[in-house]
Write a protein of this length. Sequence first.
Length: 94
Amino acid sequence: MSWSRLEAPRKGYPLSLIDGFRRTPEAENRINEAIARAFHDDSGKLALAYLRSITIESINGPDASDAELRHQEGMRHLFGIIEARIKAQGTKHG
């Protein structure tokens, strides 16, 4: 299955609770599985810890610009999506 088929919005399907895009349940499951697999082994866990350190655990000082804050929040949001998809896959099989 190609990414374009996974990504294509489909009327009648619910919005994903994870990222807000419309996909079939099959597509949601395939994306969750792919992301969970990517971060499953020791290298993936190291990469996930790194991403957490530069997003969720990073703070900005009082001199941060509006653009810097928006950029940081965007990175945090993306990390949150990754974590939510990993957790969704884990609860499905765990």
